[in-house]
Design a protein around this ligand. Sequence first.
Ligand code: GLN
Length: 487
Amino acid sequence: MSDLHELTVAALAARLKAREVSAVEVARHFLSRGQAHASLGAYLATDEAVTLTQARAVDAQIAAGTAGVLAGVPIAHKDIFVTRDFASTAGSRMLEGYRSPFDATVVRRLGEAGAVTLGKLNCDEFAMGSSNENSAFHPARNPWDSSRIPGGSSGGSAVAVAARLAPAATGTDTGGSIRQPAAFCGITGIKPTYGRASRYGMIAFASSLDQAGPMAHTAEDCALLLSVMCGPDLDRDSTSLDLPAEDFTRSLDASLDGLRIGVPREFLGEGLSADVRAAVDAALAQYQKLGARLVEISLPRTQLSIPVYYIIAPAEASSNLSRFDGVKFGHRAKQYADLNDMYRKTRAEGFGDEVKRRIMTGTYVLSHGYYDAYYLQAQKIRRMIADDFQQAFAQCDLIAGPVAPSVAWKLGGHGNDPLADYLADIFTLPASLAGLPGMSVPCGTGEAGMPVGLQLIGNYFDEAKLLNAAHRFQQATDWHQRSPQGF
Ligand code: GLN
C-alpha cells in the first residue's frame, strides 16, 4: 500500500470504507512520511500515540458500520485551531506548550465525521504573514523548491498537502492565508463565505475577517471537507450563519455552458508578473473551451484594499491579542517588579516583531484623535469594496484572476520589509474584506517551474458554484495532479 499518499481524500475514504486498508495503516503511512520529510518544517506538533488511538477507534466504527463520511481519512490542522489532544500555539512563543481544554468546532466536526488527526501545522504567528517566516518556531519550506517560501499564513498546511504528508489540511484565511499558500504550493483551497465555518476555537486574529477552510489536491476533496466543516454554531460564534449544513459536492459536475466569468481589469494590470499572467490567461482560455464566457469587469478599489485591510486587521488584532497578558494562559515572564511590569515583560518576550508591529498599528488607528481619520475611513471604504463586488456580480456569475502577483519568492527574499509582504496580498484582500467565498486552483507554472494559482471568487453562499467551476477545470487539466519532485 505504498501509494496511499497519492490518493485523493475521496479515493482514500472509499478504500477505507471497503476495508481494503485500515485507518491505522493509513495513519502510520502518513506519520512516517511526515517524519521522513521533517526538514520541510510543516509540523509543529505530532503525537503518534494520539493519532493511532484515534485511528483504532475509527477502525472499530468502520467494523461496526457506524463510521462517518471521512472515516479514517487523516488530516492535519493549522496550529491556529485549538485541540485537546495536541498543544496549540498559533505559531507563537506566547502559547508554547499551551493545551486547550476543548476542540475547535471545525476540528470537532471533522473528528465526528471520522477524520484522524495527524498533528498541528506550522503557520505565521497568530496567522499574521504571507510567507510562514513569521512562525516563532521555524519556517516551512516549499516542496517545489526548498529555498522558497510556501506562502502564508497557512504555510504548513500547504506544505503538508503538496508534499503528500497529509491528504488534506485545514487552514484559515483572514486576508488570503488559504488561497495564497495553496497557489504557491500547487494545491486547491477554499475560503467559504464569512460566517459559514464556526470561528469557535480558532485563535482570533481579526474576527470580522477570519474564516476556516480546507486545503487539498482537488476541488472534489475540498467540497467533501467543506461540507463537514461548515454549519451553524450559533451558541458559540455570534457571527456563525444560521443556515443549514450544505452538501457542497452536489453540483460538481454541472455544465459550465453559458457561465459568465468576470475578469477584473485591475487584477491584470501593473504589478502582475508576466509568468503568472500567462498561466492565468491560459486558464481563462480553458474556461472558454468549457463553455464559459469572459466578461471584463472592474473592481475599482482593488488598490485601496491594502491600506484598508492593514488598518482593520491590526485594529482587531490589537484588541484580540490583549488577552495574552500572562495572567490567564500562555507565557508569563519569570521575573518582574509589579503587575504592570509583568504585563510588559510577558508581552515583550512572548510576541514576535510582526505581531508587535500590528498591535502598535492597531492601537494607533483606534486611538482617540486618529480613529476617525483611519479606522472609520477604512470601514467606509470596506463597505464600498463590498458594493463594488455586488455591481460586478450584476454582470457575471463568478470572478476569476490571479491569487498573487508572483510565484513563491525565496526565503528571506523580502528581507525585513513587511510592506513587500503586504503588497503581495493585493488580489486576495478584496474578497476577504467583502466576506465573499474565494478559492485557489492550480493552473500552471511560472518562473523556475513554480506553481501558479487561479483565484475564483463567488458571490455570498456560492461555494457550490465555485467548486463546480474548479472541478470542471480539473477534469480538463492536470495541474492539480502534479507533484514536486521526490514527493
Ligand atoms: N497576509 C495577510 C496578513 O498578514 C493575510 C493573513 C491571513 O489571511 N491570515 O495579514
